[in-house]
Write a new protein. Structure first.
Length: 418
């Protein structure tokens, strides 16, 4: 039948539930099935995950099984290396209407992954032509766009309810102004729709200030409604994707705040990190503990008033709208428009070293704790006139920004942000 993820989201949206989901993947079939089974047995709404290994992400489908045969481990599930029947058996009796399983992969060339997940009976995955190319590969953006177009058409043609989640809200994991995260999520959604997909989710990663994040997620919903009104979509929040607190109290506080953020903004789903994120690959039990923590926090009634975003909504919406409109005006083909936009610096990911990223834009954390633009480069945004851009960012300033969230949560423990 398929479409389990969208149906589960729809069933719980009206109740105000937030679906919780781990970022979990293991190389051995037995270990992966055990992890999924433990998640499926939780007594609140959950989504299962097959997170793929780093070899599969770069197109190496031989080494994972060689390493496993040698008694070593790999850092995820090598979906393409296993046969479709092996993965079907792994999922048998687990994946279904009350427990959808999503494939999370990280590759700029996703067609082999898409073919394997469809052959195994799955129809939900994630990524995107920008979000899985510029931050994580050196593949030319034009090649990634072509590969993702072919892969989206394949998924749309081979499944009735093929679902794809844009990773655009998580660019580089941290230090990316919310307006760019919102814009890329919406633009990748437009790309997916153009290539035949009608079921999708749009991501946003928890940032440095809860009020700003609340405004940004409202802006994401506004733009998605305007540009993706004829497809089924929902919003998925990621617990902070940058450097994670090093203390259990600090990490617990950050996870709690991400769950509150998901609850307060009506996010239908949240991807949860674990307390041990800073120092090891999490175990199954650590993933379960984090899921319980997030689910319990998200279930607590909100004490916020209406629209408590301190004006960030209007600011993010204005900037993201300018970015989206500017890109879509470049070419009727969304993929071509994305390539042109990065070539001209009209889209520019701060601190991203990919050759196709101009790298002229930077970001700062202001005295409110919000992520704001430093240098704007050629971004089509209001700001300082040419010749009045901020001075070049020093290495110590960048270091302090990278550790801003770590230091704040480790210092104050389970402090409520925002």
């Amino acid at each position: 039948m398929g479409g389990h993820l969208d149906r589960l989201v729809a069933a719980h949206r009206g109740r105000g539930d937030v679906l919780v989901q781990p970022r979990m993947g293991f190389g051995r079939l037995a270990a992966m099935r055990h992890g999924l089974a433990q998640v499926a047995e939780l007594d609140f709404p959950v989504v299962g995950t097959l997170t793929l290994d780093s070899y599969t992400r770069v197109g190496d489908h031989v080494t994972p099984l060689e390493r496993l045969a040698a008694g070593e481990e790999v850092n995820g599930y090598p979906l393409v290396s296993y046969t479709a029947e092996e993965t079907r058996e792994l999922l048998r009796g687990l994946e279904g209407p009350t427990f959808p399983v999503q494939v999370r992969h990280g590759t700029a060339l996703p067609l082999p992954v898409f073919r394997s997940l469809v052959a195994a009976g799955l129809d939900a995955t994630e990524g995107g032509p920008v979000s899985y190319c510029l931050p994580y590969s050196r593949l030319p953006l034009t090649e990634a766009v072509d590969a993702w177009a072919e892969s989206c058409r394949f998924l749309a043609g081979e499944t009735e309810f093929g679902h794809i989640e844009s990773f655009g809200g998580c660019l580089l994991g941290q230090l990316c102004p919310p307006s760019l995260l919102v814009a890329v999520s919406v633009l990748e959604g437009c790309f997916f729709r153009q290539h035949g997909l009608r079921h999708m989710s749009l991501s946003y990663a928890q940032g440095t200030l809860a009020a700003q994040d609340r405004g940004a997620i409202r802006a994401l919903r506004t733009l998605a409604a305007a540009h993706l009104g004829d497809v089924t979509w929902h919003v998925v929040l990621y617990t902070y994707m940058g450097l994670f607190p090093r203390t259990p109290d600090g990490a617990t506080g950050l996870i709690r705040d991400s769950a509150r953020l998901a609850r307060d903004t009506g996010c239908e789903r949240i991807i949860v990190k674990t307390v041990s994120e800073a120092w090891q690959i999490p175990t199954v039990s650590e993933n379960l503990e984090a899921l319980r923590l997030a689910a319990a926090e998200a279930a607590v009634p909100s004490d916020l008033g209406a629209e408590p975003d301190d004006g960030y909504y209007a600011e993010v919406l204005e900037e993201a709208s300018l970015l989206v409109d500017c890109v879509l005006d470049l070419d009727p083909d969304v993929g071509t428009a994305l390539v042109k936009a990065f070539s001209r610096g009209l889209l520019d990911i701060p601190f991203c070293l990919h050759p196709d990223n101009r790298g002229a834009a930077t970001t700062l954390i202001d005295d409110r704790g919000a992520l704001v633009w430093g240098a704007r480069g050629r971004l089509p945004l209001p700001g300082p006139a040419h010749g009045t851009e901020p001075a070049r960012l020093r290495s110590d300033q960048l270091h302090n920004m990278l550790n801003h969230v770590v230091n704040r949560y480790d210092k104050h423990g389970a402090m409520v942000s925002g």
